[in-house]
Design a protein around this ligand. Structure first.
Ligand code: FAD
Length: 323
């Protein structure tokens, strides 16, 4: 690994100030379970000159309900989120997503902010020693388009990059209507991901940090569910994952949110599915039609059409679990 500078900071302001000093050439490190591997493998097209360790900032690992919302500090560990009784009972999809992420060791190190900010996955992009100068690195070509694309995007493009966002907690948080508070603003998590520029994963500026995740308290008659399909049961990224939250009025759906991930460069809000189920009861026929609608715009590549079947199945399963 090439040398780089490492800063232990004590406050958010200090972290922002160091980010500003490096003007785009420094990165935040939280649990390090994603970014250390990227450093070691020399994945970056332009190698960051510094890592800014925010784990040295005290009291950023809280999980609490306050002012009608769940507030999660950026350093809350995935393992703590998975086992938190409040999250398990009221924000179920999030606990389920955290519990299905990686392995116990990684969940004991990996943080919620690192999980939602992690870089996209594509074996060309992440190939060691910066081997492929792909679109996500500022190059001209997407090597997955004609290459090994079985794990890649099945929807449109962020300017033709076919990598996928692999976060397990992001779709759960989006289904739950979460917002991200940063050092500059508050955003819906659904709007947190970059839609135009493939070199960026999120819309965060170079000197902007996630400082809190905020989840509104679910309505009394609502349920949420997360499901993940991966090749292995433990330590595996999703082939597809999905989370739904449904608010019922009797047997009828009053409102719904459905979000897929690992099917696109950003978490993919299945708006058509959610709209379709409103005013209906959640039976097999309704959820199957909703799933068909959600995947209507899919444009699979040569080797990943199978993801459509999995995505439909997960949409159906999560919606039916919210009855
Ligand atoms: C073997 C293995 C299996 C894995 N399996 C899964 C899986 O199944 N599902 C899954 O979702 N993930 C998986 N991961 C990815 C990753 O480990 C987790 O997502 C973890 O939650 C990342 O958190 P972290 O704190 O370690 O992030 P870090 O590695 O510290 O950071 C990740 C990214 O987030 C940025 N970042 C972190 N915190 C902030 C902040 N507060 N503000 C702004 N930017 C920030 C960093 O700059 C970096 O770009 C896996 C990783 C490994 C190594």
């Amino acid at each position: 690994m090439k040398p780089f500078k490492h800063y232990d900071v004590n406050t958010i302001d200090e972290a922002v100030s160091v980010l500003q000093d490096f003007a785009g050439k420094a990165k935040i490190i939280a649990g390090g379970t994603d970014i250390v591997g990227m450093f070691k493998d020399e994945v970056f097209a332009e190698r960051p000159e510094a890592l800014i360790n925010i784990k040295t900032i005290p009291n950023l690992d809280y999980i609490k309900e306050e002012n009608g919302m769940l507030k999660i500090g950026p350093l809350a560990l995935l393992e703590d989120i998975a086992h938190d009784e409040l999250i398990k009972s009221k924000y179920t999809a999030l606990a389920e997503a955290a519990r299905r992420t990686a392995s116990p060791h990684i969940r004991e190190m990996g943080t919620i902010s690192g999980n939602i900010c992690q870089q996209c996955r594509c074996w060309y992009f992440r190939s060691p020693n910066n081997r492929f100068n792909c679109i996500r690195k500022g190059g001209e070509d997407c090597y997955a388009e004609e290459g090994e694309n079985r794990y890649h995007s099945i929807f449109g493009n962020v300017k033709d990059c076919l990598a996928v966002n692999p976060s397990d907690t992001a779709p759960a948080l989006i289904a739950l209507g979460a917002k991200v508070k940063t050092s500059k603003r508050v955003l819906d998590l659904a709007d947190f991901y970059e839609k135009e520029e493939p070199k960026k994963t999120t819309v965060l500026d170079d000197d902007e940090i996630v400082v809190e995740i905020q989840v509104p308290q679910p309505a009394a008659n609502s349920k949420s569910k997360f499901e993940k399909f991966a090749i292995r049961k433990s330590i595996d990224f999703p082939i597809v994952n999905c989370a739904s939250q449904v608010e019922l009025d009797g047997d009828t759906v009053k409102s719904a949110r459905v979000c897929l991930n690992a099917v696109f460069a950003n978490p993919y809000v299945a708006q058509k599915a959610a709209e379709y189920v409103v005013g209906k009861t959640l039976d097999e026929e309704t959820v199957a039609a909703a799933a068909d609608l959600a995947l209507q715009d899919a444009k699979p590549l040569a080797k990943n059409a199978y993801k459509i079947t999995i995505a439909k199945s997960l949409i159906k399963k999560t919606l039916l679990a919210c009855k």
